[in-house]
Design a protein around this ligand. Structure first.
Ligand SMILES: NC(=O)c1ccc[n+]([C@@H]2O[C@H](COP(=O)([O-])OP(=O)(O)OC[C@H]3O[C@@H](n4cnc5c(N)ncnc54)[C@H](OP(=O)(O)O)[C@@H]3O)[C@@H](O)[C@H]2O)c1
Length: 480
């Protein structure tokens, strides 16, 4: 095998190293190649465990860096953390009067990845954004950040982990296939740009691997553990590293990507696509279990049958009319509003058309969405309220992360009052509060007396009637 570079003593970053293929690549880099590794992902404890395992099994250095590559700042945060580590390594070397040409980052393995499995019809905007951000944008931005250092030194190497889905269409994982096709195209373009330098740019696209991704995406129902279609991560890691060291631009498990993608375009290509569609076709909806299905599977209503006290207080001030409840889980708010005399509809957020100037009241109670979906839904809600109609909204506030009594754990799913006022622009705010309060709702309630101390945002707002003077700005109060 002709080798373009060796990795002994070099420092390599592996993203998505807290599990699966990334973990296996990091282990192999240290144990087989003698490299030091920066292991990056979100789960701190897993990273600490893996870094310890690498040190113990290989005697090499391993540095955990917790980073969320789904955020636009994630790649910069990882870049800065790596630069800080390199500075520390250099300081330590100087303290021992040694200098090593290998203390800087030599290699970057863009491995972190997620998939979204299911019908693309009705796919949430946030899901598409996350797949593209983690699988494609983060890899491109990390490459953009490290490449100048590599080019300046005329040495360095990037390995992008793609997939067979980078050369084949993948029905029911369309966003994933798009992200991986994009990453392969990025790799091949970049490789052409640095040709003739000492920098190596490669991508490697495995077929199915037995990792967490298969279970967490729901694909486990189609290709279960132990399936002959799933390879051992350690084996794939070895193949990926060998491919990278040879300086090959793109490769897939066993087959040249050119052969695979050409085959997909041949007259037999339809057969490959049909087989993939058959293999991945999701089960009938009644057999599918989302995390929400599992949470709501019990006999009792998870959040009880009564609306929240804030909803009661706010709804008492509003005349009855056509009311729309969004994301009303087991229907406690809708039922209550119907009892008050409203004509109530409930909405599925991904596909529902709210209409324009259609509802006298829209209620959103603890409906937490990804930012892109939320901004879209909130704009559509404002549009859908009739002039003079009302919005009642309550959701967990950013501070809820400190209470841990329910709600999302990702900060971007917890907008504060100011953010929400921007998203509901066009309404006059009659109440707008960010408060800490006790919520008592159903069997899921925790804490003394079954109450959950929680940080929430409460909004009651009204759409102005045309021709009426704008409401004074001090009509709402805000405290925290
Ligand atoms: N499994 C397969 O069949 C298969 C086939 C072909 C290609 N691949 C590719 O192999 C790569 C690794 O996947 P895997 O199969 O090993 O799956 P995995 O076990 O689920 O690993 C995914 C890794 O990505 C990290 N990650 C996910 N979201 C992240 C975020 N927002 N920020 C930072 N890190 C994040 C995860 O760590 P945290 O959760 O700790 O953040 C985890 O370490 C992916 O690029 C995938 O597309 C997998």
């Amino acid at each position: 095998m002709t080798v373009r570079f060796d990795l002994a003593g070099k420092l390599v970053i592996v993203t998505g190293a807290s599990s699966g293929l990334g973990r296996a690549i990091a282990l192999r880099l240290a144990m087989d190649e003698g490299a030091d590794v920066i292991v990056a992902a979100r789960r701190r404890e897993k990273l600490a465990e893996i870094a310890r395992e690498i040190r113990e099994r290989s005697g090499r250095n391993a540095y955990p860096v917790a980073v969320d590559l789904a955020t636009p700042d994630g790649p910069d945060a990882l870049f800065l953390a790596a630069r800080r580590l390199v500075a520390e390594r250099r300081r330590a070397e100087r303290a021992h009067a040694v200098t090593s040409p290998e203390s800087g980052v030599f290699g970057l393995v863009n491995n972190a990845g997620i998939t979204h499995y299911g019908e693309t019809v009705g796919m949430d905007r946030g899901a598409i954004d996350s797949v593209l951000q983690i699988n494609l944008s983060a890899a491109m931005h990390l490459s953009r950040l490290f490449l100048p250092l590599f080019v300046a030194r005329d040495r360095g190497a990037i390995l992008n982990i793609t997939s067979l889905g980078a050369v084949l269409p993948v029905p029911y994982q369309a966003a994933y296939a798009a992200s991986k096709h994009g990453l392969r195209a990025f790799t091949e373009s970049l490789a052409a740009e640095v040709r003739g330098t000492g920098v190596v740019i490669s991508s490697f696209g495995p077929g199915g691997i037995a990792t967490e991704m298969i279970g967490s995406s729901g694909l486990g129902g189609r290709v279960g553990p132990g399936s002959v279609l799933l390879a051992d991560p350690a084996v794939i890691a070895g193949k990926a590293i060998r491919h990278w060291k040879r300086g090959l631009v793109s490769g897939t498990t066993g087959l040249s990507p050119r052969i695979v993608s050409a085959a997909a375009r041949l007259p037999v290509g339809w057969l490959i696509r049909r087989i993939a569609a058959r293999l991945y076709k999701p089960q009938a909806p009644h057999l599918r279990q989302t995390p929400w299905d599992q949470s709501f599977a019990g006999d009792e209503c998870l959040f009880g049958t009564e609306p929240t006290d804030w909803l009661r207080t706010a709804a008492a001030q509003i005349p009855t009319g056509r009311a729309l409840c969004i994301g009303d889980g087991e229907g406690r708010t809708s039922v209550y509003l119907a009892q008050l005399g409203h004509d109530v509809s409930v909405a599925d957020l991904t596909s529902y058309r709210f209409g324009s100037s259609r509802w006298d009241l829209i209620v959103s109670a603890f409906v937490h969405m990804s930012p892109s979906l939320r901004i879209d839904v909130h704009a559509r809600m404002v549009e859908a309220i009739v002039p003079g109609g009302y919005l009642i909204h309550e959701s967990f506030a950013p501070d809820q992360l400190n209470y841990r009594t329910g709600g999302p754990t990702r900060p971007e799913m917890l907008p504060g009052l100011e953010r929400l006022k921007t998203e509901f622009a066009g309404l006059d705010f009659e109440t707008a509060l960010e408060v800490v309060r006790h919520i008592a709702d159903g069997p899921s309630a925790r804490g003394p007396g079954g109450c959950r101390k929680s940080a929430v945002v409460q909004i009651m707002a009204r759409k102005p009637r045309p021709g009426l003077a704008p409401q004074p700005a001090d009509r709402y109060s805000c405290r925290s």
